[in-house]
Design a protein around this ligand. Structure first.
Ligand SMILES: Nc1nc2c(ncn2[C@@H]2O[C@H](COP(=O)(O)OP(=O)(O)OP(=O)(O)O)[C@@H](O)[C@H]2O)c(=O)[nH]1
Ligand SMILES: [Mg+2]
Length: 379
């Protein structure tokens, strides 16, 4: 018997129903070894896309599992069982013991699809965490990228090279966003000890995630949480205060904070507005020029707002500037949100192909650019 593949169609975890697919020329015969339909007939006789109720008998076991099966194609049988892991795993085990092999659904999708852009969007869609991201990925699934690539290929064919380059450039400008639809943007709150980084983290999140204390050195490790600003997925990180203490744990925390600052997409650099501006603060400010500067504690009785760089004024006590901070972050991450239906490359392979096509185009290799782009349409 040729090998049949098992594909998990529903995520592992709680659910009312779990579904898996058995695929291969011998799928019906394979499932027939365990399935007893209420109508007593073999699945090889089953009408396509009709559902059949029956029981799954594990080898050597008298207890049967209630299942519904559906022959989706000559080589495909879908099995729907009770949700959760138990029924699902035991059915999978029966099939594996009979010689079937598991294949992960993204791999299965990529192998059998004729539209790689569609399958990439579907794979990303399964990981979408916000409505905004879901809309963008649905647009790609419904052909936004495909149409754009086709239009580009047509422009190249018509020798409209300047127009092609402009459109390709726009796609590449959106690549940064596309790559952060699933993989969240990394934002880090940094600054000297006790300036209110953890308080700001909690204020931005709307709940207490980080410990806040009136003493420097409270946060020592990195505290990470997933959230979203304006629908853009974000990993928000609270870091240890960038102090000069000699305590080994504190020093390790500072080292980790700098590492995160270097690796992040955006730094929020927090200063305490109730303290005079010092050389040390100026030094920190110049070390992270791309940071979004925040002067916190502006509810204080005595403020030192002169001679410091421009920045957002916030208070975690009365909420001043917190909404503005969140809006500024949204705008910094995606300065020009794409219009509905816009084409956006959503994985690294696509971005890589677009970059290669752009290089070819710049070198005047139109034919190469065109064939590179066509690769996106057919894999
Ligand atoms: N008045 C006032 N106090 C604040 C504000 N934000 C934070 N604080 C206080 O400042 C102190 C330090 O706050 P944290 O949020 O722990 O400061 P941090 O920067 O995370 O400190 P480390 O983790 O030690 O580096 C706490 O007593 C907070 O209540 C604010 O906006 N106004
Ligand atoms: Mg802290």
């Amino acid at each position: 018997m040729t090998i049949c593949h098992i594909v998990r169609l529903t995520p592992v975890g709680r659910g009312a129903v779990s579904s898996l697919l058995v695929e291969g020329c011998a799928a019906a015969t394979m499932v027939d070894r365990f399935f007893r339909g209420a109508n007593g007939r073999s699945l090889t006789q089953a009408v396509f896309n009709r559902i059949y109720f029956g029981h799954w008998y594990h080898q050597g076991c008298q207890v049967a599992e209630e299942v519904i099966v559906c022959r989706r194609a000559a080589d495909q049988i879908e099995i729907h069982c009770h949700g959760g892991l138990s029924a699902f795993t035991s059915i999978e085990n029966s099939l594996r013991n009979a010689g079937c092999c598991n294949i992960a659904w993204p791999e299965w999708l990529q192998c059998r699809t004729v539209d790689p852009l569609n399958s990439a969007a579907r794979i990303a869609l399964a990981q979408a965490k916000t409505r905004r991201v879901t809309h963008i990925l649905l647009d790609q699934m419904q052909g936004a990228m495909r149409q754009e690539i086709r239009a580009l290929v047509q422009l190249l064919q018509d020798q409209k090279l300047a127009a092609a380059q402009e459109r390709l450039n726009r796609l590449l400008e959106r690549a940064r966003l596309g790559l952060h639809l699933v993989d969240p943007w990394r934002i880090v709150l940094a600054g000297q000890p006790n300036v209110g980084k953890s308080s700001l983290m909690n204020a931005l999140l709307g709940y207490s995630r980080s410990i806040v204390r009136d003493q420097p050195g409270t946060t020592r490790d990195m505290i990470s949480t997933e959230t979203a600003f304006g629908g853009w997925p974000v990993e928000l990180n609270d870091s240890a205060g960038l102090g000069t203490g000699t305590d080994p744990v504190e020093k390790a925390g500072v080292k980790l904070a700098w590492k995160m600052i270097r690796e992040s997409d955006q730094v929020i650099l927090v200063f305490d507005a109730t303290l005079p501006w010092t050389e040390e603060q100026q030094q920190l400010f110049s070390e992270i020029p791309s940071a979004l500067v925040v002067h916190n504690k502006v509810d204080g009785n005595r403020l030192f707002l002169n001679q410091r760089p421009e920045g957002l004024l916030t208070s975690t006590v009365n909420g001043q500037g917190i909404q503005e901070l969140s809006a500024r972050l949204e705008a910094l991450l995606v300065p020009e949100p794409p219009p509905a239906g816009a084409a956006i490359p959503c994985d690294l392979d696509q971005v890589q192909v677009l970059r290669e096509a752009m290089s070819s185009l710049v070198l005047g290799a139109t034919e190469t650019a065109s064939s590179e782009l066509r690769r996106l349409l057919s894999g």
